[in-house]
Ligand binder design. Sequence first.
Ligand code: SF4
Ligand code: SF4
Length: 297
Amino acid sequence: MKGRLLNIERMCVHDGPGIRTSIYLKGCPLRCRWCHNPESISSEPEIGFSRSKCVGCGKCAEVCPTGAHIFRDDAHLFNRELCTACGKCVEACLPGALEYYGREMSAEEAGGAVLEDKTFYATSGGGCTISGGEPLWQAPFCAEVFQLLRQEGIHCALDTSGAVPWESFETVLPYTDMFLYDVKHTDDLVHREHTGSSNREVLDNLKRLSECGVPIEIRIPTIPGFNADEKSMAAMGEWLSGLPHIVGVRLLPYHLARSKYETVGRPDTMPDVPPPDAAAMAGAAAILQSYGLGAVA
Ligand code: SF4
Ligand code: SF4
């Protein structure tokens, strides 16, 4: 079976226990305003264009079969509507101004890439994490990769937004050692306004998953103007404290990713807010700790 990947990163230390290889899959049902990986949102392959790296050599226009690269008045215009994501211009672009997002890879190839660093997992208590985007949009692929890795004794973690039908969890549950689960807000209206979707499925799935006995680390993207305030953190703390098998809560500070939106030609709707400082993150963690949660910022 093939999956559609954004990339594979080695030596990750923030995607679960120990040293891990993280496989990032493409496609996500949510439209979080603060998303710092806008290239992971679409489930279709696409081309990233970094204008600052372009030297204007015109090689891309020479090889493009659809005329998507246009040079006019010394300006390089990229007409995405004409692009069929054949990838020819990416290969021709020597300065690396063009990047291909969404290459397909078989479960065997992805699993093989993870196994290359097997010795690091053994010494650090690490393993493999599949993330996204939303990896459970490709749940059968995740299950197949994990099945292969589990046969080799590799710890398998899945990092999810939870915004998928419960059946997707059932597909991966038999092969998953741990879930990293994003919780963003307990208020449905606020969640809808900032992510484009209701939180009902996210919270219902988390409740159900917590009753399955598999360890879950909660991840809270901490966003000023959305959920970084005391009331929002307290509501999440209260809700989470009633769930079993939550092994930790990790607060992830918002950081800017404006240029990435331009690279993939997506509108950036995040208001101009400064990232939370260390004191704000510690304060948010303290609120969650007051509900008995092992929260770290
Ligand atoms: S091939 Fe790359 S560097 Fe050359 S014009 Fe195209 S995008 Fe720019
Ligand atoms: S990926 Fe193919 S169709 Fe798209 S711009 Fe590059 S060469 Fe043209």
